[in-house]
Design a binder for this molecule. Structure first.
Ligand SMILES: O=C(CO)COP(=O)(O)O
Length: 130
């Protein structure tokens, strides 16, 4: 089963919710893992079931990084806030680094996320409507 991680910093959560709503029918059929607050909002506001890890500042990025190490993930959409310093910046850097190490597809922007999801869906034989 295809498994994706969805993570968004606070300023990017509206973008993530729009992304999830746009692609709800495909996302409903795959495994989704998220950091804490991102997952709560996707579940409550869009209605997609997700597996929630800890909130980012409490170690959620590292828990998702551990899934990368175990090669459990087909891709990560991580909508980062490029303009605000984060207290858990070392955890964020660690997640990005481990994606590089394992060549795990990673998108950090909405446009990149659209390409990533279209590619992952194509591997499932699904053509995403745009
Ligand atoms: O901080 C985050 C990623 O670095 C996201 O965490 P939340 O989804 O808990 O807001």
């Amino acid at each position: 089963m295809t498994r994706l991680a969805l993570i968004a910093h606070d300023d990017e959560k509206p973008e993530m919710l729009d992304f999830a709503a746009t692609h709800r029918s495909y996302l409903d059929g795959i495994d989704i893992v998220t950091t804490g607050t991102t997952g709560t909002r996707i579940q409550e506001e869009i209605g997609i079931e997700v597996e929630r890890k800890a909130s980012g500042p409490m170690g959620g990025d590292l828990q998702i990084g551990a899934e990368v190490v175990d090669e459990r993930l087909d891709g990560i959409v991580f909508l980062r806030d490029p303009l605000t310093a984060q207290p858990h910046e070392p955890d964020i850097s660690a997640l990005l680094r481990i994606c590089d190490v394992h060549d795990t597809p990673l998108a950090t922007t909405r446009s990149g996320a659209e390409y990533l999801l279209a590619g992952v869906a194509a591997e499932d034989g699904v053509s995403l409507e745009r």
